[in-house]
Design a protein. Structure first.
Lengths: 433, 352, 276
């Protein structure tokens, strides 16, 4: 190991830690979470074990024998050795012995009955109601509506309540409140109609926005190239703003533009068109707005990349074509566009990737509406896992949606690795000492 | 400080650049590593200063083995081809940097910087930034920075390659003057034979990762160890004639012409493949061993004229003569070779 | 080259296409300082009423704008500082130092650089919950830093790659350690890159919306983007565009100022780097 190795690793380690924790881990965890039923109800960390009315219902549905069921329900208060010992500890040996003589082995379903039995003891040794309640609790063996933090504690309780061994695994499974492993998410995903709807919406969204980005980006780059410097700079600055402005503000402007008291409505009302929300009134309008919103932002990136590519074309080539008598249109078609092949490929692949996965602008503008017509895949993942009106956030299902995007993302990134001609990057450091 | 390299090997990945090379450089000597590009001369230089690690072999400075030492501990000053001045520091700070790194006291640093600046004649430039200096001035600053901490060894990597012709002449003698004044052991890497011959005490000529010959410049010119050395040194370059030895003569290939061999190789057995090297100054009208050919090229160089003479078998001899004659392209001439100055080489290129 | 073509048709077409943006931008500014009769577009009076959030708290228990602004600044500035610091080190290591598995790290950098980070938001949300950093500013800062890092390292590596090796070699030969060489000789050469990363990640942090919304939805450490978004999505306020625009203008002011100062530098980095 050379000494610069240590410096290299030391310099890299902060980046490594952060990247491992918030890139690699999330990628892996998305895959893992997709195989769980995590939701708001199950929590994220491990759960506990609870049997309540609804789990009893579930148990019956799952075919739990009625005998076992009534055992669970009736396992209320049991006069056993342990309880008697505790009673002797608290109120003296004599009390315990008398109580044992009268009730040993008996099971009470309600605390009130235990209290009465205690009260009925010959000397009525426990006078205060509060003490009697506490004494009754010493015999409490119920497992209903109790929270057991560990599996061991829960199994011990089942054992104590005398639940038959063969029924215990089923009870344990249903009583568990935490998340569990499952492949149900994938089955659900494939069976839901909405899944196909999201996929279709994503297709529409990516195709049209991408087309707009590339075509309009090219248009901006080429037209500003031919304009005098001052005008070109002005237009580039205007078109750069959608990218540089904070997304929320950018959407504010669009919402104002299309709102029922906004610009379009106001202008058109002068022509007798009644005012309405031009963004959300129809599916068609919603799509146009979504595509324009994303398109304006994407076009600015295309504009910058294409502009610098055009400026890299040797001026002599353009002069030569003019001397040859080419019209401006021919110049664009035969000289400029062929030179932009790589930038266009780059923008196309890059933007496909970011459009597939982005949902920020749609969330802020239509939020998938009206009626889910602009709900794209990434937005659906976000809604399912992180933001819905029902309130039960289904992390596991959401992760399943996201997993598909992560897989596409990884594949696309590996494609980039090839595109970047990785070998060229691998030049060795020239100082070896 | 004496430098001794033994059995030095250097590889980059799968390619072996230097194989099993040995070289001794005497204390206070200035040695040129001369050779065509890609011959491994820069690799050798970078291995001496420690930027490259040697894959095998040993490197000693004086009695000290520095093979495994990092560059910082070798006390070697280097002048790089592009000078590598630190652009954000002024000249003073550039020169002072090696001393600052050694945490020398401020007053001491200032004193040494002024002293070295005087030696290389840049006293008035100390406050300037490197971008405000000419090539020659940058070169002087680089020299000053390399020398200010009194290194044991000075390495110069193509120091004149980035200068224009006039400055190159000036800096050639300047570097030599400074080296001689400081008495430092210096290694100069260059591909320019004139630079090597004019500046250095000895030349190590390298080819394909190997040292072909090490000796004084004049000796290397007069007494080359192989046809490669003979061909590399000399401008205009030496001309070669190929042929077969026969009774103390050489019969040129595809030709009836036979020439007497020089006396040191006269007893070669018949049929030996031979290659004769004839320098232009030894192919002159007045010499006695006559050869006839057609003038195929004339170049006027001012004081002298240079001629190519093509023999009947297509071989070319070169001649350089002081001006005066009115020989034209296409003339047939019969000029003589100075027999005792012929250099004879065997079939493998080795000197006979 | 350009004289034998007429410009005005192109200019006209460009102008028409740019009209929606121009209108939006113009009215964004005009609306915040004026009042209008409903149903018209021409302002009839100047007012500062829409900027009332600057001196009074808006009703419904929202945080004061200055607290939110401070949060935003802390968020953006610390993200920028950490991203720059880590990128400056890691970029150098990848560009100049040799260490085991260097090729692998370089490859991963490219993969990460191109990777769409939004897809990770669900997993990150759950990780922050497990780490107990959910609903804290520090959690969002860490996540934002992590997501910006590959880009920062990539850009910094590019800048380091342009510094001549000889400077580094000369420094080593002058007796300086690799660390000193980096600190004293190389770092000053890449200052433009350092500035670019700093500005870029500050702007990126300032504009970030999804991360604070998902990872820090509470009101305690709100940032301007989520503050503005709640105004925009809350049915009580979402049609008061004068107010929303005013808040938005206040929010965007630093961005616009920075943009005006560093316009060219930013255009390069947005175009050259692939993130955005």
């Amino acid at each position: 190991m050379q000494r610069s190795s240590w410096l290299g690793l030391a310099f890299l380690s902060p980046a490594l830690i952060v990247v491992l924790l918030f890139f690699l881990m999330p990628v892996i965890l998305t895959g893992i979470f997709a195989f769980t039923n995590m939701s708001t109800a199950t929590g994220v960390k491990g759960g506990s074990y609870v049997l309540n009315a609804s789990s009893l219902r579930a148990l019956t549905d799952a075919g739990l024998p009625d005998v076992t069921r009534s055992q669970i329900e009736s396992a209320g208060y049991r006069v056993d050795e342990r309880g008697l010992a505790a009673l002797a500890e608290a109120h003296g040996q004599a009390v315990a012995e008398e109580f044992s003589k009268n009730h040993a082995g008996e099971v009470f379903t309600k605390r009130r009955d235990v209290e009465r039995a205690l009260k009925d003891l010959s000397s009525n040794p426990i006078r205060k109601t509060r003490d009697r309640k506490a004494a009754a609790d010493l015999f409490k063996r119920s497992i209903l509506n109790q929270r057991y933090e560990t599996l061991d504690a829960f199994e011990a309780a089942l054992n104590e309540a005398g639940i038959p061994k063969p029924d215990r695994p089923l009870i344990t499974e249903i009583a568990y409140t935490g998340w569990t492993w499952t492949t149900a998410n994938f089955d659900l995903l494939l069976s839901l109609d909405s899944t196909w709807q999201y996929a279709k919406n994503t297709g529409i969204y990516v195709t049209f926005t991408l087309a707009f980005n590339v075509v309009f980006g090219l248009f901006l780059a080429i037209t500003t190239f031919y304009l005098p410097a001052a005008q070109a700079t002005a237009f580039r600055a205007i078109w750069f703003l959608p990218r540089i402005l904070p997304p929320v503000l950018y959407i504010v402007m669009w919402r104002w533009f299309t709102w029922d008291t906004g610009f379009i409505s106001t202008v058109l009302s002068g022509f007798g068109v009644s005012s309405k929300n031009w963004m959300l009134d129809t599916e068609y309008h919603a799509w146009v707005t979504v595509i324009l919103i994303n398109g304006f932002v994407g076009a600015s990136m295309g504009m910058i990349v294409f502009s610098s590519a055009i400026r890299a074309i040797p001026a002599s080539m353009l002069y030569a074509s003019e001397v040859d008598g080419a019209s401006r249109w021919q110049q664009v078609w035969y000289i400029i566009l062929p030179q932009l092949r790589w930038p266009i490929l780059f923008i196309t692949s890059y933007q496909t990737m970011s459009l597939l996965t982005s949902f920020e602008y749609i969330y802020l503008s239509t939020d998938g509406g009206p009626g889910g017509s602009t709900e794209v895949w990434a937005l659906a993942a976000f809604h399912t896992a992180l933001n819905n009106y029902g309130g039960n956030l289904q992390y596991g299902l959401g992760a399943t949606y996201a997993l598909l995007l992560v897989v596409i993302g990884v594949l696309a990134s590996l494609f980039y690795l090839r595109l970047f001609n990785f070998k060229n990057l691998l030049t060795k450091p020239r100082i070896e000492g | 400080m004496r430098i001794s390299i033994t059995n030095f090997t250097k590889t980059f990945g799968d390619t072996t650049v230097i194989k099993d090379m040995s070289l001794e450089i005497e204390s206070g000597e200035m040695l040129a590593l001369l050779g065509p590009s890609g011959c491994g001369k820069s690799t050798t230089l970078f291995s001496i200063c420690g930027i490259h690690r040697m894959n095998a072999g040993r490197l000693r400075f004086g009695d000290k083995d520095v093979t495994k030492r990092p560059p910082q501990e070798r006390n070697v000053g280097v002048v790089f081809q592009n000078y590598a001045l630190y652009p954000h520091m002024d000249v003073h700070a550039n020169i002072a940097f090696p001393l600052k790194v050694r945490k020398e006291p401020r007053a001491e640093i200032d004193r040494k910087v002024l002293e070295i600046a005087a030696l290389v004649h840049i006293e008035e430039l100390l406050q300037r930034k490197p971008s405000q200096l000419s090539g020659g001035q940058q070169q002087r600053v680089a020299l000053a920075r390399a020398l200010v901490r009194k290194p044991d060894i000075l390495l110069l990597d193509e120091p004149l390659a980035n200068l224009d012709a006039k400055l190159r002449l000036e800096m050639r003698s300047e570097i030599r003057r400074i080296q001689q004044q400081t008495g430092i052991t210096a290694v100069l890497v260059t591909h320019d034979q004139v630079e090597a011959m004019s500046m250095c005490d000895r030349i190590a000529l390298m080819n394909k990762g190997d040292i072909v010959q090490v000796c004084k410049p004049k000796e290397m010119y007069d007494n080359p160890a192989s046809d490669f050395v003979a061909g590399f040194l000399g401008n205009p370059p030496i001309a070669f004639l190929d042929g077969i030895a026969n009774d103390g003569e050489i019969r040129l290939a595809n030709s009836e012409v036979a020439l007497r061999l020089p006396s040191n190789v006269i007893d070669l057995s018949n049929g030996t493949q031979l290659r004769l090297g004839i320098r232009p100054e030894f192919f002159q009208p007045e010499n006695d061993m006559k050869v006839t050919g057609k003038v195929s090229f004339v170049e006027t160089q001012g004081r002298e004229d240079l001629f190519d003479v093509t023999l009947t078998n297509g071989a070319v001899l070169r001649s350089i003569q002081s001006r005066g004659g009115d020989i034209k392209l296409g003339d047939e001439v019969t000029w003589g070779i100075s027999r005792e100055h012929i250099l004879a080489f065997g079939p493998g290129g080795e000197r006979l | 080259m350009k004289h034998n073509f007429r410009n005005w048709p192109v200019l006209l077409v460009l102008f028409i296409f740019s009209l929606p943006l121009l209108i939006m931008l113009t009215f964004l500014v005009v609306d915040t300082f004026t009042t209008k009769v409903p149903g018209t577009l021409v302002p009839n009076a100047f007012t500062l009423h829409h900027f009332r959030f600057l001196w009074t708290d808006l009703d419904d228990g929202r945080w004061g704008i200055y607290g939110v602004t401070l949060n935003t600044f802390i968020f953006a500035a610390s993200t920028a500082a950490v991203v720059t610091a880590i990128s400056v080190m890691a970029g150098y290591a990848l560009s100049r130092l040799s260490f085991p598995a260097r090729g692998f790290f370089l490859g991963s950098l490219i993969v990460l650089h191109a990777f769409p980070t939004v897809t990770l938001i669900i997993a990150i949300f759950l990780i922050l919950q497990i780490l107990g950093l959910y609903n804290t500013l520090i959690g969002v800062i860490i996540v934002k830093t992590a997501l910006e890092l590959p880009f920062g390292i990539w850009v910094m590596k590019g800048f380091y790659d342009t510094v001549p090796w000889e400077i580094e070699m000369a420094g080593v030969q002058d007796g300086a350690s690799r660390f000193t060489v980096w600190w004293k000789l190389i770092l000053p050469q890449v200052q433009p890159g350092l500035m670019a990363i700093l500005i870029f990640s500050f702007l990126s942090g300032w504009s970030e919306f999804v991360l604070p919304m998902v990872l820090n939805p509470g009101t305690d450490a709100q940032v301007l983007s989520t503050y503005l978004a709640t105004l925009l999505l809350d049915t009580n306020t979402n049609s008061d565009f004068n107010l929303i625009s005013a808040v938005g203008l206040f929010y965007a002011l630093p961005v616009v100022i920075i943009y005006l100062i560093f316009q060219n530098k930013l255009m390069n980095i947005y175009g050259g780097g692939t993130k955005g």
